[in-house]
Design a protein around this ligand. Structure first.
Ligand code: TPP
Ligand code: MG
Length: 619
């Protein structure tokens, strides 16, 4: 059965806009008794069929696979094979992240013997009341399609269903085919047509014409429209038509994390990031907008500033999305369709219409003011340890326009959302749907695999690094060069700042000895006994070329030096954990205790209530 599965995967193709190519570009894997003699044997017998990549951690390989698919605009993917038990469950976080971000990944864990003869097999979690349960059932809520192949012939409908979901622009995410280890090795006479080349056509569906007409009328009567570009703009390769529409109409654009890069940073209508980690340009426009056109966005709380971003009493929403559930959000007019095709249709119907010149001028002024703010933060001249914004500025300055910055969790994603000057639609890769600590290096590997012609800059905090740095080894083994900028601020600066702002003094967020009598307190003092941990040495031990930078000048030198090195480089740079980038006219709802003995918490609760009063239903 596993041999047929590998043959089937190798024969799947995808076509969009007349361009056809293989869907599966390879298979990541870590072997154990649950897959080594099944899928492992099948991969080994015909190594040319599906290239095998050895990974270090199953979570890491799912992140790498997801990053690969994201970089390829979801038109190509990887499979991931694991053993049963811990090898399988290690993929859970990666699966959830892929599904949240709507990127295709095929998960192929081993599963318990279908025969149940050796029960309990090594690593079997027994459920006395449920004979058919295994740990792989944990994946059901995080998978867009889930199946267990109990008999070899079940592979036929299951594999086809898996492909339909993986290639669906509306439904894609993690797909699991759990493979009982004995069934993997069983023989079956599969029909020849199952193994033949098969092309999955990815279309560009258009919304209902009546809905389009309604949208055009609403847009033409709007005074202060704003377009929010989400990941769907980039996946659908709609950035050119978006720019043409914006040039013609003057509608300003705010970008979500996944949509950053939809309109390049220097376009006069680019308001930059929107929402909780947005710019003052985007957030001021949002606050007064009478129409919001959301394109390929799922309107997360970061985008809507926890439903406080839009304050105009009569604000309306038009949502362009391939996924029906997203198109109907915020009580919007649903335009269910492909982003590029729908924007083209809108652009044609809006010919001759534009926003008032004063509105266009106002937005251009905001754009210019924001760019000055970025320059200010890039060149703070902060005394002592570098400020994180200066670190970002150096990486932005010294990376090429086509290079890719990769990040996921901590304080860096929010700062990147505000400050990164994106010069290419695929130049910004931040996983902020699940904001998974540990995604960064593994994700960088997937990006590099997807496009080796670009330099990949992984920006990772010390906390994320400590969660998962292992795929550095894979990058070295596969000669996939990454430039990792490891920003060391001695702990969880983002959560420390959040905690302080909510009256809990940064409890438990800084690395320090317990014996100094102030466990985990991080209320702003720069002293404190740090731990004898050397992450640069750690990276060196994993085989990376390491450069230590103590300040911004040394960081700039290191970035220049790194370009000439053809293997993975880790640049270790310390940063001031208290010198953050401000938030700009925005809010993110994080609950605060309603009762507390602490005056700081009581004060934070009052602030919370006054901000929460600005929340809107938007239904
Ligand atoms: C797997 C996981 N666990 C916990 C969190 C919650 N969390 C978000 S940011 C953060 C701290 C990140 O620390 P670091 O990477 O050093 O970045 P910094 O905040 O210092 O910028 C934590 C614990 C998360 N996002 N992911
Ligand atoms: Mg940190």
């Amino acid at each position: 059965m596993a041999q047929a599965l590998v043959r089937f995967l190798a024969a799947q193709k995808v076509e969009r806009d007349g361009r056809e190519h293989r869907f599966f570009q390879g298979c990541f894997g870590i072997f154990g008794h649950g897959n080594v003699t099944g899928v492992g044997q099948a991969l080994a017998e015909h190594p040319g069929r599906l290239t095998y990549y050895q990974a270090r951690n199953e979570q890491g390989m799912v992140h790498a696979a997801a990053a690969f698919a994201k970089m390829r605009n979801r038109l190509a993917a990887f499979a991931c094979t694991t053993s049963i038990g811990p090898g399988a469950t290690n993929m859970l976080t990666g699966a959830a992240a892929a599904t949240i971000n709507r990127v295709p990944v095929l998960l192929l864990p081993g599963d318990l013997f279908a025969s149940r003869r050796p029960d309990p097999v090594l690593q079997q979690l027994e459920s006395p009341g449920r004979g058919e349960l295994s740990v792989n059932d944990c994946f059901q809520p995080v998978s867009k399609y889930w199946d267990r192949i109990q008999r070899p012939e079940q592979l036929v409908p299951a594999a086809l269903a898996a492909m339909r979901v993986l290639t669906s622009q509306a439904e894609t995410g993690a797909v699991m085919l759990a493979l009982p280890e004995d069934v993997q090795t069983e023989a079956f006479e599969y029909p020849a047509e199952f193994l033949e080349d098969r092309v999955w056509h990815v279309g560009r569906p258009l919304p209902d014409p009546a809905a389009l007409d309604r949208a055009v009328t609403i847009i033409r009567t709007s005074k202060r429209p704003l377009l929010i570009a989400g990941g769907g703009v980039i996946y659908s390769e709609a950035t050119d038509v978006l720019r043409r529409l914006v040039d013609a109409t003057g509608i300003p654009v705010g970008e979500t994390q996944a949509g950053k890069g939809s309109l390049l940073f220097d376009h006069p209508s680019a308001m930059g990031g929107i929402g909780a980690t947005g710019t003052f340009a985007a957030n001021r426009v949002a606050a007064r907008a009478d129409l919001v056109i959301g394109v390929g966005t799922r309107y997360s709380d970061f985008t809507t500033a926890s439903k406080t971003a839009f304050q105009d009493a009569g604000v309306r929403f038009i949502n362009i999305n391939v996924a029906e559930a997203d198109a109907h959000k915020l009580g919007g007019l649903a335009l269910i369709g492909d982003a590029r095709a729908t924007l083209e249709a809108l652009a044609a119907s809006l010919k001759g219409w534009a926003v008032a010149p004063e509105y266009r001028r106002l937005c251009m002024k905001l754009h210019e003011d924001w760019d000055k703010e970025v320059s200010r933060l890039y060149h703070l001249g902060h005394a002592g340890l570098p400020a994180q914004s200066e670190v970002l500025g150096a990486v932005n300055d010294l990376s090429g326009p086509r290079d890719v910055v990769v990040c996921a969790a901590g304080s860096i994603p929010g700062d990147l959302h505000k400050l990164w000057r994106t010069r290419d639609a695929k130049g910004y890769h931040v996983e902020y749907g699940y904001s998974t600590m540990g995604y960064e290096i593994a994700g960088g590997l997937g990006v590099k695999l997807a496009d080796p012609s670009r330099e990949v800059y992984v920006m990772v905090g010390d906390g994320s690094y400590l969660m998962m740095a292992q795929e550095l080894v894979t990058s070295i083994q596969e000669r996939l060069k990454l430039t990792v900028v490891l920003v060391d601020n001695q702990g969880f600066a983002s959560i420390g700042g959040l905690s302080r702002s909510k009256g809990t003094a940064g409890f438990g967020t800084r690395y320090r000895y317990r014996s100094d009598g102030s466990l985990g307190d991080d209320s702003g003092q720069r002293d404190g006994k740090s731990l004898p941990v050397d992450l640069a040495l750690n990276a060196q031990g994993l085989g990376a070329h390491v450069i230590r930078a103590r300040n911004v000048e040394e960081l700039r030198d290191a970035l220049v030096e790194a370009k000439a090195i053809d293997q993975t480089v880790v640049i270790h740079v310390p940063a001031d954990r208290y010198e953050g980038v401000p938030s700009y006219v925005s809010w993110w709802e994080v609950p605060v205790a309603e009762v507390s003995e602490s005056g700081d918490v009581q004060k934070a609760r009052k602030e919370h209530e006054s901000e929460a009063a600005r929340r809107r239903w938007l239904i």
